[in-house]
Write a new protein. Structure first.
Length: 219
């Protein structure tokens, strides 16, 4: 009789203990984690678990395929931090290489904490950026290329903007008002914005420094 009473008592204790288990958690010996009414078994899904209103949740649109796999999201991924060149809000490879916001209309790309390009979109939808744009296959546009869009014409020219050709130092095409005074590669061209006669509208560099000679133009 004592054994029967003890067995009944143990059974009652086990039933009370099982009923006390909180909803949505795994029990001892269980091979799955219950989310709502659905059990997520180990290795059966790549869905990421997250806190949604105090409830452990997952979604087929938010997955992680392991340490060497991608993170995918059917919606948007975002950050409220604008970041900086040294501390980009979205980094790739290392914590100092990635993207940051430079304004409400711009984006910065930094490599190893150093800003390499600032992209800006004007109200007219034009893209502009600082730094150099290099292409091994050439650049094409259905519109036009503009050098120094925010800079005025400089008297004597400026090497801050222009069109350079090849890896020859400062060899290219420049512009300015008045006669050229800049140093440029030999054979470079200078277009004068205020020229009025056939011998002061265009110039060519003759010594790879600051010596220019005028080009006679027609009309």
């Amino acid at each position: 009789m004592r054994r029967l009473i003890a067995a009944v008592g143990l059974l009652a204790w086990l039933c009370v203990g099982a009923a006390a288990q909180p909803t949505g958690t795994n029990t001892v010996g269980s091979s799955s984690l219950v989310i709502g009414t659905t059990a997520v078994t180990g290795g059966a899904t790549t869905q990421v678990l997250f806190n949604l209103g105090g409830v452990v949740s997952s979604d087929a649109g938010f997955t992680y395929a392991g340490s060497s796999g991608p993170v995918t999201a059917a919606g948007r991924l975002g950050t409220s931090s604008a970041g900086t060149a040294a501390n980009p809000s979205l980094f790739v490879g290392n914590a100092t290489t990635g993207f940051s916001s430079v304004s409400t209309t711009g984006m910065n790309i930094s490599i190893n904490g150093v800003s390499k390009a600032d992209f800006d979109i004007s109200s007219a939808g034009n893209w502009s950026f600082t730094g150099s744009l290099v292409s091994s296959t050439g650049l094409r546009t259905n519109g036009f290329l503009q050098a120094g869009p925010g800079s005025p014409i400089v008297s004597g020219g400026s090497t801050a903007y222009g069109v350079t050709i090849s890896n020859a130092a400062s060899f290219g095409i420049y512009a300015g008002s008045g006669a050229p005074s800049i140093s440029a590669g030999k054979g470079s061209l200078y277009l004068r914005t205020d020229g009025t006669t056939t011998n002061d509208r265009a110039y060519i560099n003759t010594n790879g420094s600051t010596t220019w000679t005028n080009i006679t133009t027609g009309g």
